[in-house]
Design a protein around this ligand. Structure first.
Ligand SMILES: [Zn+2]
Length: 232
């Protein structure tokens, strides 16, 4: 398959950017100074800059299948350390999305591919609380419930990484967030937890406790977004 059309699109894009904003690439060539780290899913529909409405240079990004946090993942650990120690980012956002194919896979019985090793923690959480999840009659709603819980779980895992603990111990402002993106409406939900210290992390209920409680994804921010979205 010839990919020449992508180079054509690239030229058109660069020309349009320069036409609309002659200083755009001069600014972009300067040092990057993002204050956000986005840990998201590899899903092609959920691109951090587009969802946040931000220019390149404003968000540091790490993506993988189902926005998982494995504390032995060298890729994630290196990104996290660089983001905190060098870029001094202030917010780490774990952002999942409803209808996640990775979460759907984790809830299934197929266990033969590398991706099943990758998704193992969420599979185990599902199986541990299977009665609760399987009581949700709509399969899509069951997947969405796991998408919510997965975000909460991964925020907890970020909070347990020594790089994050060290930043908190030395008093560096660092806030962890759990968000979910709706691919059907383009809106973000602020699920939590919000963590800004070791104390807050240690006081959190366990992920098993959270599995037994419904998550309320419609935050004040979300309601504001819905009102704006539906305004005439
Ligand atoms: Zn996904």
């Amino acid at each position: 398959m010839c990919l020449d059309h992508l180079f054509d699109r690239n030229v058109a894009w660069a020309q349009a950017k320069t036409r609309d904003d002659p200083g755009y690439f001069i600014r972009m060539a300067g040092i990057q100074n993002p204050k956000l780290l986005w840990i998201g899913c590899s899903d092609s529909r959920v691109t951090a800059n587009d969802v946040l409405g931000l220019d390149p240079g404003e968000v540091f990004v790490q993506r993988n299948i189902a926005n998982m946090v494995h504390t032995s993942d060298m890729n994630l650990l290196a990104v996290l350390e660089y983001a905190i120690d060098v870029l001094h980012i202030e917010h780490v956002i774990v952002c999942g999305h409803y209808g996640c194919g990775g979460i759907q896979r984790a809830l299934g019985d197929e266990r033969t591919a590398l991706v099943d090793h990758w998704l193992q923690p969420i599979t185990m959480l599902y199986r541990k609380h299977r009665k609760l999840f399987d009581a949700i009659p709509d399969p899509a709603a069951r997947i969405d419930r796991m998408c919510e819980l997965n975000v909460e779980m991964q925020v907890r895992r970020i909070a347990a990484i020594p790089t994050v603990e060290k930043a908190w111990l030395r008093g560096q402002p660092l806030h962890l967030h759990g968000w979910l993106y709706g691919v059907t409406d383009g809106l973000l939900r602020d699920l939590g937890p919000h963590l800004s210290s070791i104390k807050e992390r240690d006081e959190l209920p366990s992920i098993d406790d959270r599995a037994r409680q419904p998550v309320e994804p419609v935050s004040g921010m979300r309601q504001h977004a819905m009102a704006a979205f539906n305004a005439p």
